[in-house]
Each structure stands twice: as C-alpha cells, then as structure tokens.
Design a protein around this ligand. Structure first.
Ligand SMILES: *[C@@H]1O[C@H](CO)[C@@H](O)[C@H](O)[C@H]1NC(C)=O
Ligand SMILES: *[C@@H]1O[C@H](CO)[C@@H](O)[C@H](O)[C@H]1NC(C)=O
Ligand SMILES: *[C@@H]1O[C@H](CO)[C@@H](O)[C@H](O)[C@H]1NC(C)=O
Ligand SMILES: [Zn+2]
Length: 438
C-alpha cells in the first residue's frame, strides 16, 4: 500500500516540467558500431574494471533475482554516498582529475519550477546545456533513425508491466525498459518477467531524482547501483543506455554517466505526457491526437522517440490504444535500444547473444540523422568521441527551443510536485514501516 503510493507519486511528476518536443530538426548523432562479441567501450574505459565479469560457467555467481541475497546487497532508498564501492569513487575522481567532468554548479529544484542554476550559469549555455531546457549535447540521443518508431517505457517494473508484456508479446514487439532501482527491489518477479520475455533493460536511476540537483557522488550512486543490479540480474549484461528522470541532465551529469559507467544519455522527441493521465493532466483523446500528429508528419526524419510509462493502467492503455496506428502509417517499430545503436548492452548485442568477456572496440561513428546502419572499421572510440563532446560544450550545439512551453506547464503540476516532496520526505519512514510489516 505504502509502496503503491510511493510508486504512483514518484513518477507522477515525471516530465512534469518537460514540454512536448516536436523540434524535428535534422541534427545528426553519432552511432557507433561494435562487434557483438566485444565490449562497446574501449579497453581503457573504467567500465571494464568496474563491471568486469565472465561468461556463464566462469565461476561468477549471481544470486537469483528476488532472493534475499540478491536484494540485501542494494540500497533501500537514495544511495548513501559514504557507502559507494571505492572503485566507483576512484573512477569518478580519475575522470574529474582528467578534466572529463565539467565543473559546473548543481541546480536546485523547488516544487513547480524547472531546476535552476546559480546566477551566471545559463542552462541553455554551452557550459551547462541542460536537457530540461532542451539544450542538446552532441552524442546524447533525442531522435530515432529515419522512418522508425522506437518503443520504450520508463519507471518500471510495476505491477502494470505485466499487462504491457502480454500485449507486446502478442504483437511480437520488444521494448526498452528504463527501470528504477527501488521499483526493481519492490517488484522482482515483474522484473524477472521482463527479462525472461527477452526485453531490453536500461537505466532510469535508483530513486528517480532530478539528476542535475545532485552532487557528483550522488549521481555516481544513482547510476552505479542501477547499473549493478541490471548487470547482476541479466547474466552479466552491462547496460549501455540511461534516461534521466524528467529528462533532467546536463553536461556534468551526462559526463559522469559516460566517463565512469560508459552510459549513453537518451532523452526523447515526442512526449505523450501519459504519466499525467491519472491526474487529469492529459486525456486518452489528447494522446491519440498527439500520435496522429506524429505518425502523419510530412517527414519521417527524425524517427519518433516517445516518452511513455509502464506506470498506470491508463498509461499502458494509451500505448495499446495507439500502437495499431504506427505501422499502417509507414513506421518501422522496434526496441529503442536496438534502433538507435548496434548493441543493447555494452558487452552483449542483446539479451539472447553471448556476453563478451573482454574485448577491443571495433567500430566507427556514423554521422547521420538517425541512421543506425553502422559501418566502418576504424577504432574510433566512444571515449574520444566523448572528449570532443565534453569540450564541445564550447563548440556549442546548445539548441534551446520551447522555453515558453516549459513555463506553461509549471502551474498545472504544482500539486504533484508538492506530493512528490511530501512523499520524498516520508519515504524513509514508509520504507521502515514496510520492512516492519514485511
Ligand atoms: C554483483 O555480482 C558480482 C559478481 O558476482 C559481485 O561481486 C557483486 O557483489 C554483486 N553485487 C551486488 C550488489 O550484489
Ligand atoms: C542508412 O544509411 C545507409 C547508407 O547510407 C542507407 O542505405 C540506408 O537507407 C539508411 N537508412 C535509413 C533508415 O536512413
Ligand atoms: C540550433 O540548431 C540549428 C541546426 O542544427 C543551428 O543552425 C542553430 O545555430 C542552433 N542554434 C543554437 C542556438 O545553437
Ligand atoms: Zn521516469
């Protein structure tokens, strides 16, 4: 009961402050190709050392998902920065020392308004480049390949995920699930069902905070524990993609994700606002109108990347209602992680392919507006790409559209944000009560 309140309230503000984005510009993004039996990141990337493993049968022991041994190893709520594995902290410190993590201030967040930065730090500027303000950092993914409709769901696993799984299976579809760590601990069987059904798993943080408000170490905990539980629950697969809650990332946050954990940041370009179906923010008919508009757009470039949730019966229903229109309008459907890149995980092509023990990077960047057909054999590494990116916060690709609509959304969401704050304060107490009851 308590957790169901928690689960509803937490993501209810998801994207509260994020307007629909229909800026179908042709911005290119790099798509890297790696042989399926090698790691996505180059050998000297810290993710190798932090998440090294062997294949099944190599002696690595992963406790059963849902078992006490499995669950007891993870934080129950927001990760304690004093309890982080020291290897993660060392990797972060090394990245900071190497100048790979921009030294920009944390934002602060009060109910009903977008996270704000101290005076002198422009969220749309090249230094900060906040995704909340629709500033795009090269290498982050907002768009899909031409002609594609990427399927993904945030905030699972939850009890309603089961309905969604049945629907997807009946239509022979795989989705990318951006999962929340504490929801995994609360719904281990659903999580296992998602994995067993062959779906793709990506990171949506441990407790769903506004990431730009956090310290470097807090960011480390949010991404690290979620990466760890995915790796340890999927036979050793290291996730490759993460999506920031509320779409709130910036140059610092995405650099920590990239430089420490090898994670690529994924946002969206088409917001259904389905999270607000249960609060009267939007309606099924408004979502249908949005789908019709996206699906009948004059151009199929870029491909559609939606923001959708496995959060409520209503949000799942919205997907199921509109799915039948996608293919008849000429769009190719598929799991987001498979459409935007050559592998779902950093060390495995997909849930059915082997896990690479170690390996070298073989691949190249393909600069094209959402074209995942990968080619090339040069060993251009993601990290060299990232260095360009990190400093390229000064070559400037900060595009800022739709700030006005940001403001328009604010007032409507105040009650939910207040609820969120209340619940956030109460969460430790609720957690304690739950563990007593359970
Ligand atoms: C994840 O699995 C590895 C390999 O078995 C193990 O060393 C590590 O402690 C596990 N992590 C957690 C949080 O259980
Ligand atoms: C991707 O690029 C390749 C090679 O340029 C081209 O043949 C293919 O049609 C493109 N695919 C999409 C979806 O644009
Ligand atoms: C936004 O992107 C367009 C196309 O990529 C570019 O021409 C324009 O200069 C960018 N605007 C800003 C403010 O960076
Ligand atoms: Zn979310």
């Amino acid at each position: 009961m308590f957790w169901s309140i928690f689960l509803v309230a937490l993501p209810a503000v998801h994207a509260a402050l994020i307007p629909s984005v229909h800026d179908h510009n042709d911005e290119s993004h790099a798509v890297s190709s790696r042989l399926p039996d090698t790691w996505y990141q180059p050998d000297d990337h810290p993710v190798h050392a932090l998440f090294k493993r062997g294949a099944p049968g190599d002696g690595t022991n992963y406790p059963a998902v849902g078992s006490p041994t499995w669950s007891s190893a993870y934080p129950v709520t927001s990760p304690d920065v004093n309890q982080l594995p020291k290897e993660w902290v060392n990797a972060l410190n090394a990245a900071v020392s190497a100048g790979k993590i921009p030294n920009i201030p944390q934002s602060s967040n009060t109910p009903g308004v977008n996270p704000v930065y101290p005076a002198g730090s422009d969220p749309n500027g090249q230094q900060v480049c906040s995704a909340t303000y629709k500033c795009r950092i090269p290498g982050d993914i907002w768009d899909g390949p031409t002609g594609t409709f990427s399927i993904s769901f945030d905030d699972g696993p939850t009890p309603v995920s089961s309905t969604l799984l049945q629907f997807l299976q009946a239509h022979n579809e795989i989705a990318t699930h951006f999962v929340i760590g504490v929801n995994i601990l609360q719904n281990p069987q659903v999580f296992q069902d998602i994995i067993n059904a062959g779906h793709d798993i990506a990171v949506h943080t441990w407790t769903h905070p506004y990431m730009t408000t956090l310290s470097n170490l807090e960011i480390l905990g949010q991404l690290g524990w979620t990466t760890e539980i995915i790796r340890n629950s999927t036979g050793g697969r290291v996730p490759k993609y993460w999506r920031p809650p509320f779409g709130d990332s910036d140059a610092r946050v995405r650099a920590i994700a990239q430089e420490v954990f090898g994670l690529t940041t994924v946002i969206w370009n088409s917001d259904t606002e389905d999270w607000s179906l249960t609060s009267g923010g939007t309606t099924q008919s408004q979502i249908r109108d949005s789908f019709i508009k996206w699906l009948t757009a004059p151009s199929k470039t870029p491909g559609i990347v939606t923001l959708e949730h496995e959060l409520s019966t209503e949000s799942v229903t919205a997907f199921m209602n509109n799915y039948p229109m996608i293919q008849p309008n000429g769009w190719q459907t598929g799991s987001l992680a498979r459409l935007i890149g050559s592998s779902v995980y950093q060390n495995s092509k997909d849930p059915n392919s082997p896990v690479a023990l170690a390996g070298i990077v073989v691949g190249a960047s393909t600069p094209s507006a959402g074209n995942s057909s990968a080619s090339g054999t040069s060993s251009t590494s993601q990290s060299s790409q990232t260095q360009t990116t990190t400093s390229s916060t000064s070559t400037g690709n900060g595009n800022q559209s739709s700030q006005t609509s940001n403001a328009a959304l604010v007032s409507r969401d105040i009650p939910w944000n207040l609820a969120y704050i209340l619940i956030a304060f109460c969460a430790p107490t609720l957690t304690a009560m739950v563990s007593i009851l359970a």
